[in-house]
Design a binder for this molecule. Structure first.
Ligand SMILES: [Zn+2]
Ligand SMILES: [Zn+2]
Length: 246
């Protein structure tokens, strides 16, 4: 049993054939998924996917790259959106001026943070420290940073989530990080419809492909796929404790 801890089921590539996407998850042993909010405008559609599928949960938040086009989010509004049994996380958020509200919302509602970071890792870690992100806990999603950043995030109680990037031939440094992160701090994800893993590179990604991420990590560490599956699934339900397996 595998869990895709980060996907975007409301994006057109996946939404257009959602029943097929969910069926291929089942066929590939991917039992559950967390679909991630990126704008306030699309949040109702994200929540609807979670509400109509017992094995899907969602987050509430605004993606750092999306805020320019979308509306701002304030703490009270974020807390209102998070007050829903299918919302189990806050995010995805990153280094922008809304991040503080996301961290505060996560602390206030007791739902973990999904953090997106690209090339601003030191500032992100510093802000997480300053704003007490440890209290909420969460995950550094689609991790592509160094071992030092992974260590700093884990010291704040955060999990490290690996995507299809870890299967890419040129991702040598990331493969080393994936060997070193303790299994009990690890999650796996697709970030679909983006970043399809080998052997599907260049095609639209889907949650079923999280299997290839798990296989790569098992091969890198020289352990059984079942061990990676068991650990990352247990970690998912321990971290996102409002998600109750259907
Ligand atoms: Zn992201
Ligand atoms: Zn994402």
């Amino acid at each position: 049993m595998l869990v895709d801890s980060h996907c975007h089921l409301d994006f057109p590539e996946l939404r257009e054939d959602l029943s097929g996407v969910l069926e291929r998850m089942r066929e590939n042993g991917v039992s559950h998924a967390l679909t991630i909010s990126t704008t306030l405008e699309t949040f109702p559609a994200v929540r609807e996917v979670a509400r109509s599928n017992a094995n899907v949960w969602c987050s509430a938040g605004v993606h750092p790259d999306e805020r320019r086009d979308g509306r701002e989010v304030e703490l009270a509004e974020l807390l209102g959106l998070a007050d829903d049994p299918k919302v189990v996380a806050i995010g995805e958020t990153g280094l922008d001026y809304f991040r503080v509200d996301h961290i505060r919302a996560a602390r206030a509602c007791g739902k973990p943070l999904v953090i997106h970071t690209r090339s601003a890792a030191e500032d992100t870690i510093r802000l997480m420290r300053e704003e007490g992100a440890r209290e909420a806990g969460g995950v550094m999603h689609c991790f592509t940073e160094t071992w030092e950043v992974a260590e700093a995030a884990m010291a704040l109680g955060f999990h490290i989530s690996f995507s299809g990037i870890v299967t890419f031939k040129n991702a040598k440094d990331l493969k080393e990080v994936a060997k070193r992160v303790p299994l009990e701090k690890m999650l796996i994800e697709t970030d679909s419809p983006y970043l399809a893993p080998v052997p599907h590179r260049g095609k639209p990604n889907q949650p079923a492909f999280v299997k290839h991420v798990a296989e790569e990590i098992a091969a890198l560490r020289g352990i059984a796929l079942a061990e990676v599956a068991a650990a990352t699934t247990a970690n998912f339900f321990r971290l996102f404790r409002h998600a109750r397996p259907a």
